[in-house]
Design a protein around this ligand. Sequence first.
Ligand code: SAH
Length: 398
Amino acid sequence: MQEIDLKVKPHFVDIYKDGHPLISKESLEEYTKVTQEGIILNLYDTKNRFIAKGYHGLQNKGFGWILSYKKEESIDVTFFKKKIKQAIVHRKKYIEDKETTAYRLFNGEGDGIGGLTIDFFDGFYLLTWYSIGIYKQKTTILQALKESVTYKGIYQKKRFDSKGKYLDDSDDFVTGERAPKTITIQENGVHFAIYLDNGAMVGVFLDQKEVRKTIRDHYAKGKTLLNTFSYTGAFSVYGALGGATKTTSIDLAKRSLAKTKEQFELNSIDLDKQEIIVEDVFNYFKYAVRKKLLFDIVILDPPSFARSKKHTFSASKDYVNLLKEAIQITAKNGIIVASTNAANFSMMTFRDFIFRAFKELKSNYKVEESFSLPSDFKVHKKFPEGNYLKVVFIRKLK
Ligand code: SAH
C-alpha cells in the first residue's frame, strides 16, 4: 500500500498524541496531497517527530483512522491478525455462551481499525466496509481473518456512501461455504432467522441484545406490549417469551409481516396472541388515541432518520413528539422503552427530550434504567461518540 508523510498542524498534535483515533482533514497540512483512499498516512509534528500512522478513507465521520503508534509497524496480515486476536479475547463471554451464537466480533475503531466491523452468525462472518479506503485492504484483512478463526463462510456489505448507505451488490458472498437461505442463530436462548444476502439489514440488530433480555426477564410478564418500528419484531419475540399477554408490532415495511411471523414461529410462540400491523406508526398512534388504547409497555426504536409518504422523522428534531404520542397510550405505571441509535446527540440530550415530553403533557415519570452498547460493540476510550446507542426505560407515573 502506498504511503505518504504528512504534517499535523501544531494545535492538533496533542489530540492525536492523546489517542484520538479519527483523522480530520482540518488537522493536516497539505491534506490535498492525499488523492487516493487507502493510502497510509504517516503523521508527524512540526519538528518532524513521528506521531502515528493511519489510512485515508472517506466516511461522514472524517478523513481516515489511526491504525498504529509505532513507526516501524507495517499494516499487513500480521498487523490485522493481532487486532483480530485481541478482539476475540474481548468477546470471550459471548464465544463461550452456549445460548448465544451471534455477536459482533470486531467493532471498528473500538477494536483499533475504524471503518470495519465483523459480525458472527453461527459460523458465518459478515464484514462491513465503511469506506473505499478500508476496502482496499480487503485481501489482507480476509487473509488475517481466515488465519484467525474457523469459519463456514464469509460475507460482506459495502457501505461506502458518505452517509453509510448500503451499496447493493448482486452478491454479498465472499468465500467459503454459501450460507443456507436462512441461518438460525441464538441470542440468550432466543432464535432468530438471519439472511446474509438480502440487502442492508440481516434480520436482527445485535446491539439491542441486553435491552431485549431485560424486557423478557424483568418487564414482560403479564403485560401488553406495543413494539413500534418493529422491523422483524425482535422486541416482540422477547416480550412474548417473557410472558407478555399480547404483543402488537408495527412497521411500515411490507416485509415486516412475514419476517415477524417467521421469528415468532422459530420460537414456537402462539401467533394468535400476537398482532402484526403494517402501517405508519404515526397513523397508528392517532388510531390508538382515538380508540383510547393503553399498553403496559411501549417500545420506541425509530431509525435516526426516515421518510414515509406523509412524515419525515428525524430523531434529533422529532423524538420529543414521538414520546408525547407514546405517553398518551401508555398505561399508568406502564413502561416506555425509548431507544435511539442517533449518533448526533448525547444521552444528556436524550434525557432532556424525555423530560420535555413529559413536562409538556403535564405527566410524570421515573427512569428505571438505561443502556448503551453491549460489550461486544466495543467503544474506543477516546472516541465516546462511537457509543451511539441510548436506551431508557421510563415508568409513567401519572
Ligand atoms: N426496532 C427494530 C429495528 C428498527 S429498524 C428491531 O429491534 O429490530 C427501523 C424500522 O423502522 C424499519 O423496519 C422501518 O421500516 C421502520 N419505519 C421507518 N419509518 C416508519 C414509520 N413511519 N412507521 C413505521 N415504521 C417505520
